[in-house]
Ligand binder design. Structure first.
Ligand SMILES: [Zn+2]
Ligand SMILES: [Zn+2]
Length: 82
């Protein structure tokens, strides 16, 4: 398990909002972002490229567009741009 001290400082690498445990994963608490990061051993993999990036509108996996710092949903077109 991750220590409370570690959880207190973990933020989403995309939007910098606090991340919290959600089952076996860490989930961003920003309702527009919702990215989930898996934990391997005791190490959270805080990489947006490797994250589950569910669309808040339709639940589809969003694409991460690196050059534009944007999450784009291929299904419904919702975008989250930083
Ligand atoms: Zn986030
Ligand atoms: Zn969508």
């Amino acid at each position: 398990m991750l220590s409370k001290e570690m959880l207190d400082i973990l933020v989403c690498p995309f939007c910098k909002t606090a991340a919290r445990m959600a089952g076996e994963k860490l989930a961003c608490t920003n309702p527009q972002c919702l990215c989930e990061y898996r934990i391997e051993g005791d190490i959270p993999i805080m990489l947006i490229d490797e994250a589950k990036r569910p669309c808040p509108q339709c639940g589809s996996q969003r694409d991460y567009i690196n050059e534009e710092d944007t999450l784009h949903c291929p299904k419904c077109g919702t975008e989250l741009k930083l």
